[in-house]
Design a protein around this ligand. Structure first.
Ligand SMILES: [Zn+2]
Length: 218
């Protein structure tokens, strides 16, 4: 009888120890959903987030080598601006990035900003999908905003953004599709210039006089 008691105590101690083990905890959670995510897949997802953070750091620091270092040589890019749905290559992407560097400063990615009802910027795999359920992290969706300052006018520019990135086996970005209101950037710059270049005079507040400082009386 005493032996059984001791064995029971050992079993309880062993069980509570195992429950503190995060790997086992993970397995328990997975058995609830029936979906098994391997340690390798979890690590790949984390690495992809780090790679994307390097990508955004490259933008902020205007470091073309750092930024292009995370792009595969054969990378394909579907840009946010209208171009007749043409898919571009890494040379085109580099040229576009260089153009951003020349035109803007402090190009900052704000992770998860702009989402309503969620703070999570990074998503991979699919639990609910029109396609098949999968745990493959290779295709990652990223949500956030980009903010920057237009170098010539000091106009602040701010855009909601969404990207779908496919990573290859080397952890580099192999396919990059992104969505953003590129045309709206010009509008934001123009509005800033209009407000700042307008000097109010005795006509301001009178009918027919457009005053960007007082839009309520236009
Ligand atoms: Zn005015």
């Amino acid at each position: 009888m005493k032996k059984i008691k001791i064995l029971t105590i050992i079993a309880i101690v062993a069980l509570s120890y195992s429950c503190n083990n995060s790997a086992l905890q993970g397995m328990l959670n997975e058995s609830e959903t029936g979906i098994i995510v391997s340690e390798e897949e979890k690590a790949k997802f984390q690495n992809q987030i780090e790679t994307f953070n390097t990508f955004t750091k490259g933008f902020y620091n205007e470091d073309i080598d750092l930024l292009m270092g995370v792009m595969a040589d054969s990378a394909k890019w579907s840009p946010p601006s209208y171009n007749g749905n043409k898919v571009l290559d890494v040379v085109d992407f580099r040229a576009a990035v260089t153009n951003y560097f020349d035109t803007f400063d402090k190009i900052t990615f704000n992770e998860g900003e702009g989402l309503v009802g969620s703070d999570n910027a990074f998503w991979s795999g699919s639990l609910y999908s029109a396609g098949e359920t999968n745990t493959d992290p290779s295709v990652m969706r990223v949500y956030g905003t980009w903010s920057m300052v237009h170098t010539k006018t000091s106009a602040p520019v701010y855009n909601k953004w969404y990207g779908v990135l496919t990573f290859n086996e080397d952890g580099k970005i192999a396919v990059f599709s992104d969505w953003m209101d590129v045309g709206g950037m010009e509008t934001q710059i123009q509005n800033f210039v209009d407000v700042n270049s307008h000097v109010c005079d005795e006509n301001c507040g009178k009918e027919g006089h457009v005053c960007p400082h007082h839009p309520e009386i236009n």
